[in-house]
Design a protein around this ligand. Structure first.
Ligand SMILES: [Zn+2]
Length: 284
């Protein structure tokens, strides 16, 4: 780690959090200090632990959390551009708290957003070689089963930076893949809530999470596309849809087994809104 990065982290860990407040899950900066140090301060001043995977210990979360995912300074990059092998949800009599993304051993795995590496070590709980990054928006992303870890705890990382190589380390791995998780205060939610994997982009610049997003119900088709008894995929429910020429909300809703009301709510649309071709809509 470069000296300047160490310095930033040291300042951050000093716990000088007074110039930052949290409202609806988003950092707000008082005065003009929106420097890198202040951002690092925001994400590392509380519940920062390089060895404890879930340091928040059931910390309170509001009923609704609004999170800004990207802005003019910070972008999103796909961790690996590939297909989903296994969905988030109930699987094999236990919750599967992430998505399994297809890859070959040795394929590069990239950070999804800017942030700081909170955890980078072998995990005995089944993850194998695991990197956890805490991002400036408060979310954490998990990258598991890596064959090689390229980053050290407490190092600053940019979106798109290669954090390691894919593989099959850990007791729960049955073949090379990336187990990818998105979490808010230790609570996992479906990465497809924010990422349109088929299109390789975010669903939108912001996300609204409610407590329902963190529930992984047994055999609940809304949070799992897997049947716990057979392990086979149910109807392949899509989570996003790219608007095409001639589409209407009703047609999109019917085609994707959802409703106009749901589409309007999820995408902040009105039933008579003009649909811009190419925009990616959240479906559920
Ligand atoms: Zn997995």
């Amino acid at each position: 780690m470069k000296f300047i990065q160490r310095l930033f982290i040291a300042v951050a860990l000093a716990g000088i959090c007074s110039n930052i407040s949290l409202a609806d899950g988003n950092p707000r900066f008082e005065g003009n200090d929106s420097s890198v140090v202040a951002m690092l301060d925001f994400i590392t001043c509380e519940y920062w632990d390089n060895d404890d995977l879930t340091p928040y210990e059931n910390d309170y979360i509001p009923d609704t959390v609004h999170i800004k995912l990207t802005d003019e300074l910070r972008c999103f990059v796909m961790p690996v551009e590939t297909k989903i092998n296994s969905q988030f949800g109930w699987r094999w009599n236990r919750p599967h708290k992430g998505l399994d993304l297809h890859l070959e051993t040795g394929d590069p795995v990239k950070a999804a957003f800017d942030g700081v590496v909170r955890y980078a070590q072998y995990n005995n709980g089944g993850y194998g070689n695991l990197v956890v990054i805490r991002h400036y928006n408060g979310l954490e992303t998990y990258y598991a089963h890596l064959s090689k870890i390229n980053v050290a705890p407490n190092s600053i990382i940019k979106a798109g930076e290669i954090l390691g190589e894919g593989g099959c380390s850990g007791s729960r791995c049955t073949g090379p893949h990336l187990h990818f998780e998105t979490r808010y205060k230790d609570r996992a939610f479906n990465p497809q809530e924010i990422i349109a994997f088929e299109q390789g982009c975010l669903n939108s610049e912001t996300i609204m999470l409610t407590k329902d997003n963190f529930v992984i119900a047994k055999n609940n088709s809304s949070s799992s596309t897997f049947n716990s008894k057979s392990g086979k995929s149910k109807a392949n429910l899509k989570y996003s849809y790219k608007i095409k020429n001639g589409d209407t909300l009703l047609a999109i809703a019917l085609k994707n087994k959802t409703s106009v009301k749901t589409l309007c709510k999820l995408n902040r649309l009105k039933p008579d809104s003009t649909l811009p071709i190419g925009r990616v809509l959240r479906l559920r």
